[in-house]
Design a protein around this ligand. Sequence first.
Ligand SMILES: [Zn+2]
Length: 398
Amino acid sequence: MNDMIKEKLGILTDSVSLESIKTHLKEMIAIPSVNPMDSAPRPGYREKEIAEYYLDQMNQLGMDVSSRDVTPGRPNVLGVVHGTNAGASLMLCGHLDTVPAEVYDDPYNAREADGRIYGRGSCDMKAALACYLEVIRLVKESDLKLEGTLILCGVADEEWQMIGSRDIGQHGPFADHCIIGEPSSLAVCPAHKGQYGLFIRTFGKAVHSSIPDEGANAIERMAKIVTALSDYNNELSSREPHPLCGHGSYSPGVIRGGDIASVVPDFCELEIDRRLLPGDTIESVHNDIERILEALRIDDPGFRYELSKSSWNIPANDVSVDVPVVRSLINAAEVLTGAKSEASAFPGATDAPFLGSPTIICGPGNLTQAHSIDEYVEIEQLERATLMYLHAVCDLLI
Ligand SMILES: [Zn+2]
């Protein structure tokens, strides 16, 4: 960044309107864009309405806007600021949906207190969406001449099947650099683990429970599987760690089997959650499990199990720590806080691996607040996020 751009960035920094960011954030919290999860969109689940709101805001800022329904009533929305020539492109992406808020007291009436803004979706992730709008306002109102292209992207359905980001990955737009402002407390996160789920099923022979020796109990067989897999995490921990993500993990999550106690159950099903490192494959996970479970046949010749296809499959994300967007955001964080900053892994799985562009996570708010019954974002984070994104725009697009 040369001295002239630094000077302009300094002027823009002084022009950040916290009031404007807070207003947009509160207006978005007031639209309950709850993900309908495994049902069709219906009244009360207002993803379409927040998409229309965001499209309108981008339009008012003079962006070239468009919308595309991923499925009926569930659009992705896009806004573009075109540069002066074919420079690099930067996409700022965020999901428009939230998780439900059944036990949350007045979740859609944004409340400001103690330097925080409370409300469902405040940190996850309407805060970043509001900061993006402020970045565009500042760019548009300044005399900054972008060479590259700046894209805002609001996507549907992050909290369930991620159909919005998968659609972007198929149809574009694509960018040289992409940031998702999921709540990382503004840590710069070029990597995260993947999330893979599958069902393990056991089978038996149903008989009256008064004569259990004449049947085969699928729940008892599953118990042997759960025990056999109890050392799997130790095995995963003994493998070479990823420099940012550490080790993969396994967790048995849901178990179902049997109908009534007077029948020996002939079926049991266990859903497991396996957190994948970059480089792990579905085949390697299945091979691990089969190797461990095959040993159970030795003592029980009738033992039979089945592994399902994935019930959940979000790949790991792994962008180099040396890419320009990571360096730019870390540099900005160090300037703004005066403290040393380093790239780290984001704890959860995100839209990033589906977008088709190299994507890193960096956003305002703390992940421990996301999905909580008292969700909030700190106002200081809103200002710092906006400045970090603005710094990246100046670094990468001018
Ligand atoms: Zn989120």
